[in-house]
Design a protein around this ligand. Sequence first.
Ligand SMILES: Nc1ncnc2c1ncn2[C@@H]1O[C@H](COP(=O)(O)OP(=O)(O)O)[C@@H](O)[C@H]1O
Ligand SMILES: [Mg+2]
Length: 598
Amino acid sequence: MRSLFKEVIYTRFYARIFILLSSFCSALFGLFGPFFQKEYVDRLTGVQGKISVLAHFPPETSPLWLILSAFFCILVAQAFIQMTNYLGTREALVLQRIFAERLYKKTLNMQVDTMSHRPVGEIVSLYATDVQGATVFLDQTLPAGASTLFPLLLAPFAISLLFEIPIWPTVLIMSLMTALNTLMGLRQSKFFYQFKQLAAERIGLVNEWIQNIRTLRILGWTQYFEKNIFEKREIETKNRVQMVTNGQVMNSLSSSVTFILNIIALGTLVIYSKNKITGGELFALLWIVGVFLTRPFRQMPWFFTFAFDSWTSLQRLEKYFAIENNQTIKELAEEKTTTQPTPDERYALQVRGLNLMISNRQILKNINLDVLHGEFVAIVGEVGSGKSMLLLSLLKETGAQFDFYHIGAIDAQTLTADKVRENFAYVPQEGFIMSASLRENVALLYDIDPDRDPMIEESLKLAQFDLSTERVGKGLQTEIGERGVNLSGGQRQRVSLARVHLHQAPILLLDDCLSAVDVDTEQKLFDQLLIGAWENRTRLLVTHRLSALSRVDRIVFMENGQIIAQGSFEELLARNEKFREYTTTVAQVKIDQEVIRG
Ligand SMILES: Nc1ncnc2c1ncn2[C@@H]1O[C@H](COP(=O)(O)OP(=O)(O)O)[C@@H](O)[C@H]1O
Ligand SMILES: [Mg+2]
């Protein structure tokens, strides 16, 4: 993988060069200022400095011009500083957009297998802190670094030139200060890193808390859970206190540096200068050490802090980007146990050698499955046998591997996940409801044209969702989901079925979508939808309802991630011991439930 740091440097490289140039110009003009100041003061006091390289100004130059020139130089220097900052900020924003977009795509493509190990909140914190953090290189580190580096490099030369004194005392003291600042900056960035890490963990916890708050309260677990958050907060606060303290020490150190430098520079001047010092020279020297170098020294520790801080954000992003979407297991791919079928027009789906590994566990084992156009297939098996994972794998949502996967005449392995999904309608186990109106929920569109209401109503009717009896007072307008009417499990499933009916996808994947409806409604759904209106659609239905099994074309029986038998209900009952056992358990569970309900 390309290192993100390289991208920070090389994306729009010319702009990085501009930042450096602009910063260099700022330093240069900043140092021209004192030369004119020196001349100005010397003119006023009538003393002619002998040693300056600029001592040979035409004598008729008015002092006013000299001071205006000094002023102009300093103004230009400031303008270049502003320009540097502006360019840095702009470049940071450009890169943020690039990183954020990549993060978005990555998150969107995360599949069940990898998703399971990352709390949503932590991913949110990548957006919230690390995208900005990563580009701190551009809006802070690079401009701050350049406007620290150039003055520090140029100043000793300027001082040495102006006063003909040796360069080493100034360089020595600057190097010492730089070393000290580096250490403080390193320490600070450690606090920064922890700050981000802790914040990410806390956001993860808070997110989990918000999502489960009702259940937590009912279970009486609220206090214990909140204790986690408080503890995290306490560690965070301690870290923050240390961070602020260290930061202040850094600040006061770097602002007192100029005093020390002043003394050293003046001392050197007194000791080494062979000539009498003029007022102008003294003024220029004080300007360089006392004013010109203040900013670089103040910035230096922050330069290091931001550099390290940015580095950690880059690492965090890089780690996230590096997560493999498809946990492909090479050995599995090589041992092809299946012969490749020839694509056959009669089939809506042809699958050979579907394998799925999650965290070194084989969830689906060598699944082979053909489904005819318009066929109605039931998928049954114990909880955890892989039924849901099979449906999700067909949707390319799990990173499963296929030896062969055709949807109709098309090789689905060459299709993107989006293209694959265009062929399917899917109902997840719990149904799916958004915070929106009933109309929008069925249409899966906001602000949908009321012309389509009759079709939506028809879909709801077929899905046995009767607007007059379901306590949705405002009909299709009724807000449902988190901000509106809280639907029961059965209602959610029926709204999801209405949605499937409205959308004309050829293949339907229905994950246990009848589990929460009563027997009566189930019969009606079967008659009117599943073998009624959907007669010609290809249907895969995961179910635990025995009553459903005699009404489908074929049953696929799964155990431990494998298909262990297929056939009609009668065939399987007659042929397969395990299937008989399975039906007895299911029937027993049902009787038990009915006894409990009374
Ligand atoms: N996101 C996930 N990460 C890891 N393992 C999973 C994940 N989802 C399901 N599994 C595992 O995959 C297996 C099959 O699950 P699933 O297909 O949901 O079973 P079911 O037949 O009840 O629908 C189970 O053993 C389950 O623990
Ligand atoms: Mg399931």
